[in-house]
Design a binder for this molecule. Structure first.
Ligand code: ISL
Length: 568
C-alpha cells in the first residue's frame, strides 16, 4: 500500500500574529516578530505553522475581514517578509499554511465596492443582495430578507441606503458573504489561491468553508429559520451549514487549485456544525476535497443553547464525542485534534484546573490526552506554555467584536450586565488573544510599546524563558509529545479503542498497530484512582511517557496524572 500522508505524523502550530510577537513597538504582533521567534517553534519540534490572516484588512475581525487577498497588511509587515518567513521555515524543514477566508470579504474589498456601487454593477451578483421582505419598507424592523441571527449578534442583513437593498453577512456587517453560486467568484478565488501556492505556501486552513454554499431556491429564495428564544431572530443554519453544493465546490476547488501537487500540501477545512458523517465525505481521499476538518462538537459540550450559557463538561459526553469521531474516521478520512485556537477560551482554564496547584499538571494531562489520539494535533500559541484565561475586569478590557456585540445585545434585551460579563470571562475569544508570554518583563517580551490587549498578569510566573530549559515544564512536555508522534508509528497510525467509557474522571484508551499497543491513561480530576482494579494491564506495563515529575506508584493514578504505557 502507498505510504501514509506526511501529515499523519505532523503537528501543527497556530500563530495568531497580532498576539505572537511585536517587532516594531506599535503594540501589535507582526511578521518581523514571527521571524524573531522561529527558534521557539523549531525547539518545540512542530512540522507546520498555520498563520492566521496577515492580508490587508480594516481589522474589524482581526484580519478575518480581508480587503486584498494578494498582499500583506502594513500592520503586519510586507510581502518580502512573508517570503522571508516561507524560506526560513522551509530551511528548517517546516511548512507554512495560510488562512483562507473566502466565505466573505471585507466590505472594503474592491469587489464589494463595485458590487455595492449599483444594482446594475457587473459584480452585483458577487454578493447576496436582496430587497426588503415583501410588503415591508427598507429599514423597518423585521424587513430583513430572512430572520437569520448572525454569528456576531443582530441580523445577518445590512441595509444599503443607496439602493434600498440588503446584503448578507453571516458575521460582522463589515464581512459581506461572497456568492459562491456565481462561477466568476469561484474562479477569482481559485486564481488567488494558485498565486499563493506559486509563492511557496504549503496549504490552507479554510475559514468556515462549510458555509460557502447557501440553500437558495431557483428564483433566489432564502428561507427563514426557526425562532430563537428571547430574540427577534431565527436560526438560519439549515440554510448555510454544509449547503447543497458544498461538496461540488470543494471538489471543483481541488481540481482547479490542488490537482497534481496535493500530496505535499495540508488542506484543513474549518467547519462549524459538521457531523461525523459529513466529515467522512469531506476527508475521504478518493473524493479529493480536504485532508481533514476542524469539527466543533467537543468545544460545544460545556454550554447549553449558546456559548454564553456555559455549564460544566461531563466526562462521559467528552468520551462519547471523541470516541465517535475516532471511530467514524477510522477506515476513511482523518481527524484534526485541538483544544485551543484563537476562537476558544484557554483549555487549561476550561477543561483543566488553572489553580496554582494543578495548572502545570492539568495542562500536561490535557495535552497528553489530545496528542495520543489518532489525527493531526494542533497547538495554539501559548498552549505549549500552559497559558490561561485572562482576568478581564470589565467590558472595556475586551476587544473582540463577538464579545462586544454580544454584551450590547444581551444587555439591551434585559440581561444583567454582571451575568453577561461572567459568561464573557469564561467564553470570550479574547481569552486566547492575550499576548504570548515570552518572559517576566513588563509586557512579557511581547512588545516594547503598549499591547493592543492587556498581557495576562500571570506572565510573571508563566513564560517561555522559564520553561525552555526546564524538563518539567509544560513546554518540555509538549516537546516530548511531538517527538513521540514523530518516532512511534503507533501514535500516528494506530487503531483507537476507548476504555472505561462510563468512568467519571479517568479517560483511557489504547492505540494498536501491527501487534504493538500503547495504553493511555489520564486522570482528568483532582482525586486519586487505583489502577489495578480498573485496568490491570496498566500496572506492570512499561512507562513510555508521563506528565508528573516523578514516577509515583504504578498502581495509582494521582490527580491530573497521565501515563502512556506499553503493556507487557
Ligand atoms: O468563535 C466561534 C465560537 O463562538 C465561532 O462562532 C466562530 O466565529 C466560527 O468558528 C468561525 O470562525 C472563523 O470565522 C470567523 C472568525 O471570526 C473566526 O476568528 C474564524 O476562526 C469569521 O471569519
Amino acid at each position: 500500500p502507498a505510504d501514509p500522508p506526511w501529515w499523519t505524523r505532523a503537528v501543527v502550530y497556530q500563530v495568531y500574529p497580532r498576539s505572537f510577537q511585536d517587532s516594531d513597538g506599535d503594540g501589535i504582533g507582526d511578521l518581523g516578530g514571527v521571524l524573531q521567534r522561529l527558534d521557539h517553534l523549531a525547539d518545540l519540534g512542530v512540522d507546520v505553522v498555520w498563520l492566521s490572516p496577515i492580508y490587508p484588512s480594516p481589522q474589524a475581525d482581526n484580519g478575518y475581514d480581508i480587503s486584498d487577498y494578494t498582499g500583506v497588511d502594513p500592520l503586519f509587515g510586507s510581502l518580502a517578509q512573508l517570503d522571508e518567513l516561507i524560506a526560513a521555515l522551509h530551511d528548517r524543514g517546516m511548512k507554512l499554511v495560510m488562512d483562507l477566508v473566502v466565505n466573505h470579504t471585507s466590505d472594503e474589498h474592491p469587489w464589494f465596492g463595485e458590487s455595492r456601487s449599483s444594482p446594475d454593477s457587473r459584480k452585483r451578483d458577487w454578493y447576496w443582495w436582496r430587497p426588503p421582505r415583501e410588503g415591508m419598507a427598507a429599514g423597518q424592523p423585521g424587513a430583513e430578507p430572512t430572520n437569520w441571527h448572525g454569528f456576531f449578534s443582530g441580523s445577518t442583513w445590512e441595509l444599503d441606503e443607496a439602493s434600498g437593498e440588503y446584503y448578507l453577512h453571516l458575521f460582522d456587517r463589515k464581512q459581506p458573504d461572497l456568492n459562491w453560486e456565481n462561477p466568476q467568484v469561484r474562479s477569482a478565488v481559485y486564481a488567488m489561491m494558485r498565486e499563493w501556492l506559486d509563492r511557496g505556501v504549503d496549504g490552507f486552513r479554510m475559514d468556515v468553508i462549510n458555509l460557502i454554499s447557501k440553500d437558495v431556491g431557483p428564483d433566489g429564495e432564502l428561507h427563514d429559520g426557526p425562532p430563537l428564544p428571547g430574540l427577534p431572530y431565527g436560526d438560519g443554519s439549515a440554510s448555510y451549514l454544509c449547503g447543497p453544493r458544498i461538496h461540488e465546490f470543494l471538489q471543483e476547488m481541488h481540481r482547479a487549485v490542488f490537482a497534481g501537487h496535493s500530496e505535499q500540501l495540508l488542506l484543513v477545512g474549518e467547519m462549524p456544525g459538521v457531523t461525523v458523517e459529513q466529515a467522512r465525505l469531506f476527508t475521504d481521499p478518493a473524493r479529493a476535497e480536504v485532508d481533514m476538518v476542524f469539527q466543533f462538537e467537543h468545544v460545544g459540550l460545556d454550554f447549553d443553547e449558546t456559548k454564553w450559557r456555559p455549564r460544566p463538561l461531563r466526562m462521559r459526553d467528552l468520551k462519547t464525542s471523541f470516541g465517535r469521531w475516532q471511530a467514524g474516521l477510522a477506515d476513511v478520512g482523518w481527524n484534526s485534534l485541538y483544544w485551543d485556537n484563537h476562537d476558544q477560551p484557554r483549555a487549561v482554564s476550561r477543561f483543566g484546573d488553572d489553580s496554582p496547584r494543578y495548572r502545570r499538571d492539568s495542562a500536561t494531562c490535557l495535552a497528553t490526552l489530545l496528542h495520543l489520539h489518532r489525527g493531526t494535533p494542533y497547538v495554539y500559541q501559548g498552549e505549549e506554555l500552559g497559558m490561561a484565561n485572562a482576568p478581564f475586569a470589565g467590558i472595556d478590557d475586551f476587544r473582540d467584536v463577538e464579545s462586544l456585540n454580544h454584551f450590547a445585545q444581551a444587555v439591551a434585551h434585559g440581561e444583567d450586565p454582571a451575568d453577561v460579563l461572567a459568561a464573557l470571562r469564561r467564553m470570550s475569544r479574547d481569552n486566547a488573544r492575550t499576548p504570548v508570554q515570552w518572559d517576566a518583563s513588563e509586557h512579557a517580551g511581547f512588545t516594547t510599546g503598549k499591547p493592543w490587549i492587556a498581557v495576562n498578569p500571570d506572565h510573571a510566573d508563566w513564560h517561555a524563558a522559564a520553561q525552555r530549559d526546564d524538563q518539567t515544564s509544560v513546554f518540555a512536555h509538549h516537546r516530548r509529545l511531538i517527538a513521540l508522534r514523530h518516532d512511534d508509528p503507533v501514535v500516528a497510525l494506530g487503531d483507537f479503542t476507548m476504555l472505561l467509557p462510563e468512568h467519571d474522571e479517568l479517560y483511557a484508551f489504547t492505540r494498536s498497530l501491527d501487534g504493538a499497543t500503547l495504553l493511555v491513561v489520564c486522570n482528568l480530576g483532582a482525586s486519586t484512582h487505583p489502577l489495578g482494579a480498573l485496568l490491570p494491564g496498566a500496572v506492570g506495563a512499561e512507562l513510555v511517557l508521563r506528565n508528573l515529575v516523578d514516577d509515583g506508584d504504578p498502581g495509582v493514578l494521582r490527580p491530573w496524572e497521565a501515563r502512556v504505557l506499553r503493556p507487557r
